[in-house]
Design a protein around this ligand. Structure first.
Ligand code: SF4
Length: 476
């Protein structure tokens, strides 16, 4: 393509070069390859010999009934050629030079055409062989300044928004206008612009019979907009939207050691906050929000994991950044946790005695390595309405503030409550702190009219009940 080109050269080819170009287009042979050139020479010879033989015998050649469409198949081309020898020979004959002037009449007529469209129409009419895009291809093959409006180039122009896909009838005119401008702007010959556009668009005529054009095409069937130099001018790209810029709040921008995944690996899941664990499930945040921000917002909105587990998909999807997929993922993860730990499976169960509490919560707390403090909310019939993890502490204690507990109990309109916590040591005997906090909690609950039925400490295979040991009087 980089070779300098004489724009007038197409007018000075010899008759055989025109014929070869015609035959190459008709037969779909690539003249740029040695094999293609050999095929063409052989065909030219055959046609000339058969024509001479037929003239000598005075027999008119039959054009046969082979369909033009069969040209697209190699074996079809053979048959078509065999059946249309006379027609092909006549078309080739059209490039015979005038014996007196040496001029080729068809070339002179093409030269006189006012527009490229006229030249295409003339070639179609005079040869009788070059329907569809073949007339364009032939003109391009001889070096006439033209471009081929094939589907790939059209597709490129449509995507760029330079042409309208629906207005096919106006296409050749628009197409040539656009090419004129490209030629003017680039200062390159038509041949170069046509080939470059064809290569970019994945036109088959750029490298016929090979997949080279396909593999080099940036804007081919599967546009690779990411590496396209025209992206800023492309309507298709604008319509599809630019790839989202990286979220400035993205977790990836956090210090590596602070990222939830790093912390999960380094510290284990038990040491991650609920927001961090939820962020790991969410994976991505929303516009201007990291997954961690989004997780915090969700937890804030629902108040606790427990409430979140009861939320429906619709409620979750009302949160900005939570779509169908994320809502389902959250629910699925919570359901897995619930099944594994026997979490709120007990919702609706009636608590009659401390043993009921132990039976329900031992699966959840017996093997916990940290102290967890739960508030169990009961309705007027002593049925578990919900439960909440109030605090998660160290090996020996968990910080509980009466305000946090009572706040949740009021919000849940609890008729009565039970406190449950575990001792990782396995010994359920209450410490002085346990007794003190139980008293403070009971006082606070009494002030707001909520009965405290019991405080159960889960050990290994056993438990301690404040109510059973008369350390708590629910009727007070
Ligand atoms: S941005 Fe994409 S669609 Fe537009 S021209 Fe480039 S590759 Fe084709």
């Amino acid at each position: 393509l980089a070779r300098p080109e004489d724009p007038e050269r197409w007018k000075r080819l010899d008759a055989d070069e025109y014929r070869e170009a015609l035959l190459a287009v008709v037969l779909g042979v690539d003249r740029r390859t040695a094999a293609g050139r050999r095929t063409l020479r052989r065909r030219m010879r055959e046609i000339a010999e058969r024509k001479a033989a037929a003239e000598g015998a005075g027999v008119a050649e039959s054009e046969g009934g082979a369909r033009r469409g069969a040209l697209f198949r190699p074996e079809g081309r053979e048959r078509w050629l065999a059946a249309n020898k006379a027609k092909v020979a006549a078309a080739l004959e059209g490039f015979s030079p005038d014996p007196r002037t040496g001029e080729i009449a068809l070339v002179r007529e093409i030269e006189r055409c006012k527009s490229r469209r006229d030249a295409v129409a003339l070639v179609r009419k005079q040869t009788g062989l070059l329907g569809g895009l073949r007339a364009f291809e032939f003109l391009e093959e001889i070096g006439y300044p033209i471009a081929v409006p094939d589907p790939a180039r059209r597709r490129l122009f449509d995507r760029l928004g330079w042409t309208e896909p629906k207005r096919r009838e106006a296409f050749p005119a628009e197409f040539f206008d656009l090419f004129e401008r490209l030629v003017r702007l680039t200062g390159e010959p038509w041949r170069v612009v046509n080939a470059a556009v064809g290569l970019f668009a994945g036109s088959r005529d750029v490298a016929p019979g090979s997949s080279a054009a396909e593999s080099l095409a940036v804007c081919g069937r599967r546009p690779q907009c990411g590496r396209c130099v025209l992206a800023s001018a492309c309507a298709f790209y604008r319509y599809r939207g630019e790839p989202a810029a990286e979220n400035p709040r993205s977790v990836k921008r956090m210090a590596y050691a602070e990222q939830p995944r790093t912390r999960f690996e380094a510290l284990g899941p038990a040491n991650l906050s609920e927001a961090e664990l939820l962020a790991l499930i969410l994976r991505t945040g929303a516009e201007g929000m990291s997954s961690l921000d989004l997780a915090r917002e969700i937890l804030e909105r629902f108040g606790s994991l427990e409430a979140l587990s009861r939320a429906g998909l619709g409620e979750l999807r009302r949160i900005r950044g939570i779509g169908r997929a994320k809502a389902i993922e959250i629910k699925a993860a919570l359901e897995l946790g619930r099944r594994l730990l026997g979490g709120p499976v007990a919702v609706g169960e009636t608590i009659r005695r401390s043993a009921d509490v132990f039976a329900i919560y031992r699966g959840l707390l017996e093997h916990e390595q940290q102290e967890n403090f739960y508030l169990v909310v009961l309705n007027a019939r002593n049925r578990i309405q919900s439960h909440f993890l109030i605090s998660r502490g160290s090996l020996t204690s968990s910080p509980v503030h009466p305000r946090d507990v009572i706040k949740v109990a009021i919000r849940e309109a609890a008729a009565s409550v039970i406190f449950v916590h575990n001792h990782p040591s396995g010994e359920p005997e209450p410490s002085d702190d346990d007794i003190a906090i139980t008293e403070r909690l009971a006082q606070a609950a009494r002030l707001v009219g909520i009965r405290v039925l019991d405080h159960v400490i889960i050990g290994r295979d056993n438990y301690f009940s404040f109510a059973d040991h008369h350390l708590l009087d629910p009727e007070e």
